[in-house]
Write a protein that binds this ligand. Structure first.
Ligand code: CA
Length: 125
């Protein structure tokens, strides 16, 4: 879905943050998983999906310093994930209704959560 037709040295648009050749947009509002996916798609991006531990570390640090949000919706699809590190005890599919993945800054790891939960999200392109 992501179209990468710009050189990695291209600066990100206003409101986006650069890291390793990608641009990140941190939502100011909270959305359901479905709405967040649509929002990112409309911005020509996708929900954030870490490719490796370095990216996760940067994302985590960035949020601690600047964004102060506790949990982010995270891209999860049927194609499998490149990189996941779950928080302790997760995924637990609590109540049998947690079918979407989030990144929990507070515990530095992934957590499964209900898809209808309204959370912050980050788009990446
Ligand atoms: Ca959970």
């Amino acid at each position: 879905m992501t179209v990468k037709d710009e050189p990695s040295t291209t600066p990100c648009e206003k409101g986006w943050v650069t890291f390793h050749g990608s641009c990140y947009y941190f939502s100011k509002s909270k959305s359901t998983f479905k709405d967040a996916m649509t929002e990112c798609y409309n911005l020509g991006a996708e929900l954030v999906e870490f490719q490796n531990a370095k990216e996760e570390k940067w994302f985590d640090l960035h949020n601690r310093v600047r964004e102060r949000e506790r949990q982010f919706l995270y891209l999860s699809n049927a194609e499998g994930l490149y990189y996941t590190r779950c928080a302790a005890g997760q995924p637990d599919n609590a109540g049998n209704i947690e079918h979407c993945l989030t990144y929990a800054v507070s515990v530095r790891g992934m957590n499964d959560a209900p898809c209808g939960s309204r959370l912050n999200y980050a788009c990446k392109k």
